[in-house]
Design a protein around this ligand. Sequence first.
Ligand SMILES: NC(=O)c1ccc[n+]([C@@H]2O[C@H](COP(=O)([O-])OP(=O)(O)OC[C@H]3O[C@@H](n4cnc5c(N)ncnc54)[C@H](O)[C@@H]3O)[C@@H](O)[C@H]2O)c1
Length: 443
Amino acid sequence: MKINEKLAVLEAIAASAKSVGVPDIQKILFVCVQHLLHTSASLFETLIELGAEPSNIFLIGKHYSTCDTVSEKIKNMGIQLQKLTPLQKSGEYASIFNRDISAMWQQVQNHLNSHEITAVVVLDDGGKCLEFITRGVLAKLPVIGIEQTTAGLFNPAVINLHVPFIDVAACAAKTYLESDMIVEAILNKLSKTLPVDKNGLLCGVVGVGAIGKAIVRHLISLGCHVHVYDQNKENYKFIEKAICYDHLEELIRTTDYIFGCTGRDITQNLDMFSLTSRHKMFISCTSEDKEFLSLLKLIQSYHDQQSNPLKDIVWPLSNSAVITIIKGGFPINFDDSGESVPAHQIQLTRGLLLVALIQAIVTLPFLMKENIKGRVMLNPEAQKFVVQEWLKNSKNHKFSPSLLNKFKNIDWIMQNSGGLFRQADQLFQYFNFYEATQSESAS
Ligand SMILES: NC(=O)c1ccc[n+]([C@@H]2O[C@H](COP(=O)([O-])OP(=O)(O)OC[C@H]3O[C@@H](n4cnc5c(N)ncnc54)[C@H](O)[C@@H]3O)[C@@H](O)[C@H]2O)c1
């Protein structure tokens, strides 16, 4: 993506929202955890265009996806970009990051003492941001979250806060359309790591949810032999042409390239020495350094040298086998380039986040009045709008016409999206959703 390239989906949403106006947006405080990618910068630029005050936006990136050019651009916008404490060792990401997020909330608290703010919108990832909100902020102002990952939906600390949050993670548009794009990006970034001839490559996929299923499909299409393990055996119903296991140990022993797709630590309680008799490569496709965390900590305990925790970790065993953990166990599709999935594709997700931000601001008074807490559905009309705009601007996608047609049907979007659906009349005036929906559901 070129640095100042505009994203058509964000522009379309902004044009519609500007025609109505986003009430009091300049008095909203945004507290955000986001990857610092070029497309994230575009998202914040659009939010500011809609009237958000840059100094009311607090943002923290992530160590493994931060791009210096994007950081500079974001700082130049006047956004309060937070410093990340550098990582020194493998396996310490969560503790360092949690501390940095807590420090951001302290700054937020100070900011609130000297600025007129009416509400706090938390743009979250994994529930990390809401988890560390201070009691002072919660007591002072209405708070609403926006969650884009499944891990965040079930983060107990977030659930126990009893604040409403918009569920982008399980919305139909993200669930059905995003995973294939992520997996293409994963395989692109792996092109120099995997052998050119993938025929017969022994691959293991752990966790066959949205991301894992897409990985399985792509690896099979490349000619790999795919083996699968999921703690929920129900998920095997959707797996074709792969060998499904009852125990993770069997998969690790059998395969050479192990793709972690669970969002959890799958190496807890595993005896890696006995399972590894030849080279094995571990590739995370999910979030943070969670997937192989116990293995990382074990290796760190043997080698306490100061190597770069974001680089490949290579661990030779006494039996001449070698364990390699690609990119220090962080998700392979992120690096410091500012791009993971190409911009014209991932603008779908940025668009969903932007409509979620608008929904959060516009409907918060209604949600407060109705005392609604927990997961709130990302408005189906908004999803439809984003998908239709994205399709106009997305090049060479491989989605079936029958799937794409479903995104014209509001009932289908609603049935396939997580969170509570409540009619919020305030939202209908945006994007002319309502009239389009009525005529189509009638036909
Ligand atoms: N890399 C990226 O760009 C990217 C993009 C989207 C999501 N993610 C992350 O990927 C992760 C997975 O997302 P998803 O949408 O596929 O989630 P999902 O909930 O659909 O799938 C997770 C799967 O893992 C299984 N699982 C969980 N713990 C397990 C364990 N210990 N052993 C075996 N199986 C286990 C679950 O049963 C489920 O089938 C999340 O953490 C999400 O944040 C990463």
